[in-house]
Design a protein around this ligand. Structure first.
Ligand code: KG4
Ligand code: ZN
Length: 349
């Protein structure tokens, strides 16, 4: 089975072709970032993102098919991210996918972007259910028990900002480039994480929820009191920020791991996914945590942690294998929780 995957939920236009099989194969995986278009505005402008997707998508689909060396006739299904995300981009991607599916009489799959992140470890490492997932991206920080395709139970979520947002906003304060996560990771390499103490939000509290707003304020105050023209100071601040965010994520994941193991004794692995899971320090810390619990740790290669088309195509493969195609009038869903029964976290009183 060959599935075409289209990702346009945020500021990356991405198209991939993935083949089913043992092991599955990523035949093409193209990502075109729109960073430059948004940079002058200091953040992602939804209307610009939608127009850029529209501008880029046709060529990217053609290039992905060329790279995969297959024609549309050899495509067995078309998957697109249908949410959560920015509505304009979601409409562009899903309409393109529906057009191809309709013209070629192929099944269409409306993919939940978060599910695509959640299932990527099954594409890269054939992880079997159930597993515990730390999903950390620019818009989400969640701990989920992944029980099956379409079956996720939320153990924790963020009460305010996402981990990726904490990286991005900190980078902005430090005068570093966007996306902030990789920029902080690079700057932190030569830094001393102990020079500037920062808080560890929620540490020691019961439950698996995250909070980053207090840390964000502390980082802001710390940075404003420093000379960010000094590369040594920037390196030390970046190292302190990276360590504080990682400590917070690992602390909450440790609690979730205990709960997950109690509820799922046959649990197979701790999996990390989403853009922040590309962070090497975080990966090393999570690997050690899983090792202590005698559990495997899996994180996809960095390029499959950040937004990409292969994860959408793979989610399409997984769903089509179960006969879960969607009708061509399936809507986009700018808000689309993975666990419909999950509470929406409220700020702590
Ligand atoms: O999954 P993703 O590509 O897009 C969303 O669905 O949000 O995640 C993007 C986020 C950004 O906040 C970016 O700064 C962060 O992932 N990120 C990283 C790293 N690479 C990307 N954070 C920390 N370290 C990294 N190496
Ligand atoms: Zn994402």
């Amino acid at each position: 089975m060959n599935v075409l995957g289209i990702e346009t939920s945020c500021d990356e236009t991405a198209v991939a072709v993935v083949s089913d099989g043992t092991p599955p194969r990523v035949r093409a995986n193209l990502v075109q970032s729109q960073l430059a278009e948004h940079a002058v505005y200091g953040g992602i402008v939804p209307e610009i993102a939608a127009r850029a997707h529209l501008d880029l998508l046709d060529r990217l689909i053609r290039a992905a098919l060329d790279e995969a060396a297959i024609g549309l006739d050899a495509i067995d299904g078309v998957a697109a991210a249908a949410g959560p995300g920015l509505i304009g981009g979601l409409i562009v991607g899903t309409m393109a996918a529906k057009g191809i599916a309709w013209a070629g009489n192929k099944p269409y799959v409306a993919v939940n972007h978060l599910e695509a992140h959640a299932l990527t470890a099954r594409l890269t490492d054939s992880v079997t259910f159930p597993y515990l997932l730390l999903l950390v991206s620019g818009g989400h920080s969640q701990l989920l028990a992944c029980i099956g395709v379409g079956r996720y139970r939320q153990l924790g979520t963020t009460l305010d900002d996402a981990a990726g947002e904490a990286f991005d906003k900190s980078a902005k304060l430090l005068g570093l480039a966007q996306p902030g996560g990789p920029a902080i990771e690079r700057a932190a390499r030569t830094g001393n994480p102990r020079r500037f103490p920062l808080p560890r939000p929620m540490r020691g509290r019961d439950g698996c929820d995250f909070s980053f707003s207090g840390l964000k304020t502390a980082i802001r105050e710390r940075v404003l009191a420093c000379d960010v023209a000094d590369p040594g100071i920037v390196a030390d601040l970046a190292a302190a920020i990276e360590q504080a965010i990682c400590d917070t994520l690992v602390d909450r994941t440790a609690i979730a791991l205990r709960r997950f193991r109690a509820q799922h004794p046959a649990g197979t692995a701790l999996v990390a996914a989403g853009g922040v899971a590309a962070n090497a320090r975080l990966r090393a810390r999570l690997a050690a945590l899983a090792d202590d619990a005698s559990l495997g740790f899996v994180a996809p290669p960095a390029g499959l942690c950040t937004d990409n088309g292969a994860m959408i195509a793979w989610a399409g493969v997984e769903r089509l294998r179960l006969g879960l195609a969607d009708p061509l009038d399936a809507p986009v869903r700018p808000r689309w929780p993975l666990d419909p029964g999950a509470y929406t976290a409220k700020p702590p009183r």
